[in-house]
Design a protein around this ligand. Structure first.
Ligand code: SAM
Length: 282
């Protein structure tokens, strides 16, 4: 069988809360395909029943994706059509499906998007934080040291940063953000989007932290955290670090130059290193 006789793989978004956000095209697609690959079949069964969708389901989650993708590929090659859904929102966005899509495309089989809800895009569209350039960073590491290191690496990025975060870690993450990005930098907490307790709050990080710390309800439910990008104004400290690095870099390896520059200016070694890498690329 050639790819032209093969079926199609539809990547279908499901609601992130409000069931009215399920598009008619998504419902129609899920009704006509031969099989639906779902992250958690028990969870999806309830949604599908609600919309009268009786298509057979098969699980595809992070632990069986590799092996399941091969089987799904065989079915596509045999001419069947398959839809991929996740527990909520758009598959592949902090959800399984990348391996399947990549494998299916490698066989020149058509992959068709059926777009809809996505928590990060919904949050960005209402945050009031710049939306022209942004990077989606997924979930931060759960352990504090790794999380802080990742945030430090993002500190000077000038585009909006978007994170998914568990409500259990929200307060700790906000504390780290206020410390690393500075209390004045604005953040937006977008919680329980499209649901009854939807909350979208944009404030300087110190205020956002205080507000969340003082209200246990803000530490519940699903949330997206957005952080405004760094301003492009270079601070006096950064200017000094740049000056010292530009003297040291022609003479020393990057790591050594960064360590000495950090010692001289009293700045962080990691920031000195990141800046040294940037200066070297110029
Ligand atoms: N694929 C989904 C999407 O398109 O957004 C995301 C899946 S990811 C495993 C789940 C995370 O998305 C949650 O922990 C939360 O950070 C975010 N999320 C999902 N639904 C949300 C909602 N209704 N409000 C706020 N954040 C949400």
């Amino acid at each position: 069988m050639t790819a032209s006789q093969a079926g199609q793989l539809f990547v279908v978004a499901t609601p992130i809360g409000n069931l009215n956000d399920f598009s008619q095209r998504a419902i129609d697609t899920l009704k006509i395909v031969d099989l639906i690959a779902a992250e958690d079949t028990r969870h999806s069964k309830l949604l599908l029943q609600h919309f009268g969708i009786t298509t057979p389901l098969q699980s595809l989650h992070e632990h069986n994706e590799q092996q399941r993708s091969e089987l799904l590929l065989q079915r596509l090659l045999a001419g069947e059509s398959i839809a991929l859904i996740s527990d909520a929102g758009t598959p592949l966005i902090s959800d399984p499906g990348y391996r399947l899509v990549s494998l299916v495309k490698s066989q020149a089989i058509q992959v068709v998007p059926v777009p809809g809800s996505c928590a990060l895009i919904s949050a960005l569209s209402v945050s009031g934080v710049a939306s022209d350039r942004f990077s989606f960073e997924g979930f931060l590491p759960p352990k504090s040291a790794a999380r802080r290191q990742q945030l430090s690496q993002l500190k000077n990025d000038q585009h909006t940063l978007i994170f998914y975060e568990s409500p259990r870690r929200l307060l700790d993450t906000l504390k780290d953000c206020a410390e690393i990005f500075g209390p004045e930098r604005r953040g937006c907490l977008a919680r329980e989007l499209t649901k009854i307790h939807e909350t979208i709050e944009t404030r300087p990080l110190s205020e956002l932290l205080e507000w969340v710390a003082g209200d246990a309800n803000q530490q519940r439910g699903e949330c997206v955290l957005l952080i405004e990008g760094a301003s492009d104004a270079v601070t006096a400290d950064e200017q000094e670090m740049q000056r010292v690095l530009s003297l040291l870099l022609p003479e020393l390896p990057v790591k050594k130059a960064a360590a000495i520059a950090a010692g001289i200016t009293g700045g962080s070694k990691n920031e000195a290193y990141q800046l040294a890498l940037k200066l070297q690329q110029k």
